[in-house]
Design a protein around this ligand. Structure first.
Ligand code: GUN
Length: 292
């Protein structure tokens, strides 16, 4: 069994990005600039956004954090998006999700200029990704594809089962694993209503678990030599930690790991790669790689 070290891979990629940024700036080019909008004080979102700002520093990017209280109106948030769309210094920006209930998330996503949508959530980017055109690909699926590639894991023609059908992970992951230029695999998507989920998993060469249920994937669901990618990051109370919680993956790591050829840990697997992919997208935005 080989552990897939997302933390080390992300650190290496951020160093590569920093090197490229140094070259760009030395040649008189513009330092990439990422802006992040954070609404309210959700613990998870605070951590994610803090880590995104730190990653910008590691990559040599400029970053701007815009904070609002949870009672901001939808109109005010739309005005902020409009301002960022028009700000010529900002190459890309994200609005951290989830948003408070009184704000229509989809409306906010669709208000973002797709050329600055480094999250890859705008329907134009989602659609272009689905038909294999150059675009911003959402960070978690892109991070997983990058990990599989960097570890030289063969995916072409393999049987890949994806657990979960979210817009952020499951659906784009299925698209990418299916496409010839990325996974080139045979893909099955299972979700909470799937009647043959366990059977599908048992036949899978690769399982990508993104359902948000701690320890859902057990050893009896995994065939010998399978590749396991764990996207789960559920906060589980843990009195022994200073924070009072620990992150728990969707996979029963202790019992599943011995059966695998490769497995990602939680934390230190997919998580760091997600932020690293956002940095890749921001670099591409700065270079106007996909859109003028
Ligand atoms: N919330 C959870 N994941 C993400 C992400 O990748 N981007 C944004 N904007 N919000 C999130």
């Amino acid at each position: 069994m080989q552990l897939i070290d997302g933390k080390a891979t992300a650190t290496a990629i951020k160093a590569e990005i920093a090197e490229e940024v140094k070259q760009i700036v030395a040649n008189g080019g513009k330092q990439p600039h990422l802006a992040a909008v954070l609404v309210g004080h959700d613990g998870g979102s605070e951590t994610y956004v803090k880590n995104k700002v730190l990653a910008c520093e590691a990559c040599g990017f400029k970053s701007t954090l815009i904070r609002y209280e949870a009672d901001i109106t939808e109109e005010e948030l739309l005005a902020c998006v409009d301002k960022l769309n028009k700000d010529e210094d900002v190459d890309g920006f994200i609005v951290q999700l989830p948003l408070p209930k009184h704000i229509d998330e989809q409306k906010i996503i669709e208000a973002i200029d797709y050329r600055k949508d480094v999250d890859g959530f705008h329907p134009i980017n989602v659609g272009r990704m689905a038909i294999g055109l150059p675009c911003f690909i959402s960070a978690t699926p892109l991070g997983i594809i990058t990990l599989l590639k960097r570890y030289g894991i063969e995916t072409s023609g393999k049987k890949c089962v994806i657990l979960g059908r979210s817009n952020i992970v499951g659906k784009p992951m299925a698209q990418l694993m299916m496409q010839k230029q990325y996974g080139d695999a045979t893909v099955t998507v299972c979700h909470s209503r799937s009647q043959t989920l366990k059977e599908e998993c048992r036949e899978a060469d690769i399982i990508i678990a993104a359902i948000g249920k701690p320890n859902f994937v057990t050893a009896d669901m995994v065939k010998d030599g399978a590749v396991i990618v764990d996207v789960g990051t559920t906060r589980v109370p843990d009195a022994t930690r200073k924070s009072g919680f620990r992150l728990n993956g969707d996979v029963d790591f202790e019992n599943v790991a011995p059966k695998c050829s490769y497995i990602t840990p939680v934390p230190g697997g997919v998580g760091p790669m997600t932020i690293c992919s956002l940095m890749k997208n921001t670099l591409a935005a700065g270079k106007k790689e996909y859109y003028k």
